[in-house]
Ligand binder design. Structure first.
Ligand code: GDP
Length: 642
């Protein structure tokens, strides 16, 4: 059927220009103000347009510090009506140009049937908004982006509670009809800025992503319960964050509990090279309660402060880059993925390649279920339209068109199959460390040490720390008491480490994971065997260095010519020794006439291994027969010294 653009826009309540824009994007031709479409196509166009008209009509997006006149303009209402409502209903006396407190503005808007969403300062705005073409960023210019935060810590110390508290308080103040959804990440909009939280807590997820090459976290919040103190998984989390080189902010949680002892936690932290500011160090610590919310605003403030120090920047107009946070197959909607945009801006309709799949994005929603048209750096969005379900940690890149995306994807899948068949993913093993040293100039030997008791852990670590070597750095990146777990394997995979167990064995799951990921696990029951092995590996990692070790001097006294065996140098050893394996340097009047190896050493007619000072011998050289009486032979050996 033929549809007139103007009528269509009016009927469905869209702006005509937006309709034209969408039609152009969808490739629908408009002629004489009308276009052709069947019922299905119309549905699609309407669906697309609905995605564009965010925010909903009853939401005002305002910068803080507005006047009644600003509000009137935003709501499309006469100035005097707005002023009257302010005085009579909100009971605030003001003129049209008085700057209203934000809560007063919210009340005034509410009286007139509107909700207010406060705009963030430019720098901290969710980049989706900052990335509009009219925005301040010029192409190639990086602007500040929100920090991406992961919450780590021991089980039951309150990671989930803290994430929930932050999310809920954020929804109460900002929600405008959306339904909070779990998409694997969410954003908190504060007056001072925006923070993106990855809401799968725990270091297993954090490191699993890293093992796949995706480092998305900018700041780690380490939750430590004040009534429990530092526990094994806290230590693991510290190792994981440190290994990823991510700054740590410590949230000392559960301060509302009677048994809470935050000071003890601060003291314990010092044992793990996390020196709190209170102790003269640099680690930010915040006492909080995820139950009552006490201290949480300060924690958020500290996160933003840390982000400021980090100067996290991205270019909303740059080439698109992103990473998958979560993905699943939804019965009704097909493959669904949450992606975090890292660079550039993602638009509905974009064609992207993600890992080994691709898609033309049909729709995009944020964690509050709000449909978005575009999403900029640090914005997590759920996307629809992928051909297959990608994996967490997969990277997202733009494609020119569907054809290119399909081609890239097919090529990748093929390459992957070939790789899987031909070469298992190579990881570190003690044996091939030397090869790695040569090929990749890997000069760090990362170790994870697990032992049965704390005393052993310390003893092993102490001895390993003593292995000194100028070229290879032995780094114990994590230690722990207890058997080798899957989490250890994940860390090993991300950090290219070897797992060393002393009096402990890997758990079943860890064993399987280690085999899958080709991680070497070495277990020992004798501490010196452990140390010797590592020392040997360290030596293997070095470029071999050789030094000449003097064996002895031999003088040629008479040259024999044997019919069968050719020429033999009848010689006398004057000093030290000469062996079958010696390297030799032959001098004649100070000039070197031959350098090389021997072919045989004989005493009378017997082949011998060595001749010592005072003995005679017959020497043959490897590929050289031009010796003369009086030649001096210097015998030596090249010895590896490292
Ligand atoms: P997670 O395993 O680290 O995610 O810990 P959870 O968030 O599941 O919390 C474990 C338990 O501690 C739950 O019963 C929470 O209600 C409780 N909890 C968490 N934070 C606090 C807090 O600040 N104060 C108190 N009193 N209890 C808390």
């Amino acid at each position: 059927m033929t549809v007139v653009v103007e009528e269509f826009a009016k009927k469905h309540g869209f702006v005509k220009d937006t309709v034209l824009e969408v039609l152009a994007e969808l490739g629908v031709e408009v002629e004489g103000g009308a276009f052709e479409a069947d019922a299905d196509a119309l549905d699609l166009i309407i669906e697309e347009l609905k995605g564009r008209v965010a925010p909903a009509a009853d939401v005002l997006v305002l910068a803080p510090g507005r006047t009644p006149r600003d509000l009137a303009a935003a709501m499309g209402k006469p100035d005097k009506d707005v002023l009257k409502t302010l005085m009579t209903k909100v009971k605030v006396m003001a003129t049209l140009t008085t700057t209203l407190a934000d809560d007063v503005a919210e009340k005034l808007a509410a009286e007139l049937g509107f909700k207010v969403r406060w705009e963030q300062p430019e720098a901290a705005k969710p980049a989706a908004k900052a990335a509009k073409p009219s925005g301040p960023a010029k192409p190639g210019e990086k602007s500040l982006r929100p920090p991406v935060v992961t919450i780590l810590g021991h089980v039951d110390h309150g990671k989930t509670s803290l994430l929930d508290y932050i999310r809920k308080t954020n929804v109460v103040s900002r929600e405008h009809g959306g339904i909070t959804q779990h998409i694997g990440a969410y954003q908190v909009n504060l007056k001072e800025g925006t923070i993106t939280f990855l809401d799968t807590p725990g270091h297993a997820a954090f490191t699993a992503m890293r093992a796949r090459g995706a480092q998305v976290t900018d700041i780690a919040v380490l939750v430590v319960a004040a009534d429990d103190g530092i526990m094994p998984q806290t230590i693991e989390a510290i190792s994981h964050a440190k290994n990823a080189d991510v700054p740590i902010i410590v949230a000392v949680n559960k301060i509302d509990k009677p048994g809470a002892n935050p000071d003890r936690v601060l003291q314990q932290l010092t044992q793990y090279e996390l020196i709190p500011e209170a102790y003269g160090g640099e680690v930010i610590t915040c006492p909080v309660s995820a139950l009552t919310g006490e201290g949480v605003p300060q924690l958020l403030e500290m996160i933003l402060l840390q982000a400021e120090v980090l100067e996290l920047k991205a270019d909303p107009r740059g080439a698109l880059e992103g990473v998958v946070i979560e993905a699943k197959l939804d019965k009704g909607r097909g493959p669904v993925a949450t992606v975090l945009v890292e660079e550039g801006t993602l638009h509905v309709g974009d064609v992207v390649v993600i890992g080994r799949t691709w898609g033309k994005l049909k729709a995009m929603t944020d964690w509050q279920g709000e449909r978005l048209k575009l999403a900029g750096p640090s914005t997590p969005v759920e996307i629809l339209g992928l051909a297959e379900v990608p994996m967490a940690g997969d990277t997202m890149e733009p494609a020119k068109d569907e054809r290119e995306a399909r081609e890239v994807t097919t090529a990748r899948q093929q390459a992957e199959r070939v790789r899987a068949l031909t070469s298992p993913k190579r990881k570190v093993s003690l044996k091939d460390i030397r090869k790695m040293g040569e090929e990749d100039t890997v000069k760090d030997l990362n170790l994870i040490v697990k032992a049965d008791v704390q005393g052993s852990v310390e003893a092993v670590k102490g001895l390993l720390d003593k292995i000194e070597n100028e070229e290879v750095n032995v780094r114990v990146i994590h230690t722990g008491v207890g058997s080798i777990t899957e989490s250890d394997i994940l860390l090993a995979s991300a950090a290219h480490a070897i797992v060393v167990g002393f009096n402990v064995k890997p758990e079943g799951g860890a064993k399987i994971e280690a085999e899958r990921q080709k991680i070497e696990i070495r277990t020992y029951t004798i501490i010196y065997e452990l140390i010797e092995d590592i020392e040997a590996a360290v030596k293997g990692m070095l470029e071999p260095k050789f030094e000449e070790q003097y064996h002895g001097t031999v003088e040629v006294r008479m040259v024999f010519k044997l019919t069968k065996a050719g020429k033999v140098a009848g010689s006398h050893c004057t000093d030290g020794k000469i062996t079958r394996n010696s390297s030799v340097r032959v001098r004649r009047d100070k000039e070197i006439v031959f350098e090389g190896k021997l072919a045989s050493v004989r005493n009378v007619k017997e082949d011998v291994r060595e001749i010592i000072a005072g003995q005679d011998c017959g020497l043959k050289f490897d590929g050289w027969e031009d010796f003369k009486d009086g030649d001096l032979i210097e015998a030596y050996e090249l010895v590896q010294v490292n």
